[in-house]
Write a protein that binds this ligand. Sequence first.
Ligand code: 0GY
Length: 302
Amino acid sequence: MSFEKTPGWLDWYAGPSKPRFQVPAGAVDAHCHVFGPGDQFPFAPERKYTPCDASKDQLFALRDHLGFDKNVIVQATCHGADNRALVDALKASNGRAKGVATVKRSISDAELQELHAAGVRGVRFNFVKRLVDFTPKDELLEIANRIAPLGWHVVIYFEAVDLPELWDFFTSLPTTVVVDHMGRPDVSQPVDGPEFELFVKFMREHENVWSKVSCPERLSLTGPAALDGEQNAYRDVIPFARRIVETFPDRVLWGTDWPHPNLKNHMPDDGLLVDFIPHVATTPELQRKLLVDNPTRLYWGD
Ligand code: 0GY
């Protein structure tokens, strides 16, 4: 089956630069996706976008090029709750990839066990309205209670403005909870302003909450190129990510977000994204925790 990409869709960056920052041995890219290929793994009828293909082999080639050892592949909304492309990638990874799936309450225990055997260690609950239709919270809580005994966690994706409304639900989850992209802060606001303070409080008061300090390219207003001669790409995101890494060094993860769904203005060079890391994790110890110790404990701990 061939699919027509969403108009204006930006394909992933071919030929990424070699990062100047060398990631430590055993580093994990803890947030990335596979798309299709659509003729092999059709996109879900309920999807909100149709992406370009981004195969497991292309992902593994990027992993090697950037110097990473492993991946955590997160089910993308364009595949709905059909996890076949994800499972195919996990099985082909020789144990070097774990997964985060999307499941419905109708999933059987045997199907959950199959996902576990393939390397799935979490489910994703998505609250970003442009990406998914609403799922009732009682259904999500039921899923969380079913996956908790497997030792899995819940990944949550939401916009910062929605945190107050979602707070009670998030804090009722019975598992480790991993937040995508720091809860998508508005980085034009102060890093110690009320919006980001609420996110810091969320993590401070709930020790089961982790955060990915990923996606500067999604959050940044200054973008990849320096406007005033300063060298740092995505520099307006640095104070936010750095604050989270330094405050919660044992509960942070980092990922490329390859192949970068739904970017409208530019497609990042993944090598440049890796060079963002030492700006937010500024010592070898913080870098090791962020890239090796934390993801290994969460995903390969068993
Ligand atoms: C991300 C971000 C986005 C998309 C998805 O599953 C997805 O479709 O996660 C987005 O559009 O912000 O983390 O990949």
